[in-house]
Write a new protein. Structure first.
Length: 325
């Protein structure tokens, strides 16, 4: 039987979060062959956190009979993708100016790439997913927060210092709520999951509104979440529909700014909130010309991401399939 060449060996994608390390073997066509998860030790020492990552890598690398081609890592930012250094991530406080890529390369003797999750997921969608065949890609993952990535001509756009692509912290209302980043009116503070839950809770301040949302929360207004809003909308609840239509309007304003700034040829949405809002994609497309001066905005596809919960693993692997700029 012909043995696989090193170039055809799978790449190991690593997705590091505050509580878990997800790892998977990914082939050159973006297929995740096998995957697993291990706990992350984010609040101990830097070396203990590194051991958590290497333990997860070891558990998966052993199943690649011909060895692995390379390792691509999605890690919490801020980080420097050029040097492979994790700077000062709030979700992994034990790492400060930690040379993660170099340390992993020393241990495994294969090429290692490092980037944040949204950048990497944008690249995976471009290489293998919903943005395949496009040249100017804008990707957003909408969940608890909003992360974005920009891919031009097959390469992630990092900017001068590696800090480009923070589209979730683009303000659309300078008098809006204060975001966790400190700015006012960021789209993350207005349209991410917690903001949707807060907007729904505000509907019940008078105490006279009945909604299936409250039924799901057992009558406890403070327990209302964006997930409950989505469930209630599916059941035909008018309050949930109102909340989601308001969210759609905010996202449309934001995406109009994105189109005018970047002139992408595709818009890709991922994450749990994006999945909940996918029935509204046609509505967003219809509204975009009102919030955009680009005369071709109606021609830009708005599509759901191919990789769902596995975006970090696929994204990590994707980093190893192109030369980062």
């Amino acid at each position: 039987m012909t043995q696989p060449t090193k170039d055809r060996n799978p790449t190991l994608g690593v997705d590091i979060g505050g509580t878990k390390v997800a790892v998977g073997l990914v082939d050159h066509e973006g297929r995740i062959l096998t995957q697993g998860r291990k706990p992350m030790l984010a609040n101990g020492t830097a070396e203990a956190a590194l051991q958590a990552v290497t333990g997860a890598i070891d558990s998966m690398a052993s199943s690649a009979s011909g060895g692995i081609h390379s390792i691509g890592i999605c890690a919490p930012g801020p980080l420097d993708p050029k040097s492979g250094i994790v700077l000062n991530p709030p979700n992994v406080p034990c790492w400060r100016n930690f040379p993660l890529a170099a340390r992993i390369a020393e241990l495994y003797h294969v090429p290692v790439k490092l980037d944040n999750d949204a950048n990497a997921a944008a690249l995976a969608e471009t290489l293998w997913g919903a943005a395949r065949g496009y040249h100017y890609v804008f990707y957003a993952t909408i969940g608890t927060g909003i992360g974005t990535g920009i891919v031009f001509d097959g390469g992630i756009y990092h900017g001068e210092t590696g800090s480009a692509g923070e589209g979730g912290h683009m303000s659309i209302d300078y008098r809006g709520p204060r975001c966790g980043c400190g700015k006012l009116g960021c789209i993350e503070s207005l349209a991410a999951g917690p903001a949707i839950g807060a907007r729904a809770r505000a509907k019940f301040t008078t105490g006279s509104v009945h909604s299936a949302i409250l039924d799901l929360a057992n009558g406890e207004v403070d327990a209302v979440t964006s997930e409950m809003v989505g469930q209630a909308y599916t059941a035909g609840d008018p309050v949930a529909a109102e909340v989601l239509h308001e969210t759609v309007e905010l996202l449309t304003v934001w995406l109009g700014n994105i189109v005018d700034l970047l002139d992408p040829d595709v818009l890709v949405m991922g994450g749990g909130v994006a999945a909940m809002l996918s029935p509204f994609f046609d509505e967003i497309k219809k509204r975009l010309p009102r919030w955009c001066v680009n005369p071709h905005v109606s021609d830009i596809p708005l599509v759901m991401a191919h990789y769902g919960a596995d975006a970090g693993i696929a994204g990590g692997a994707a980093l190893c399939f192109q030369n980062l700029t």
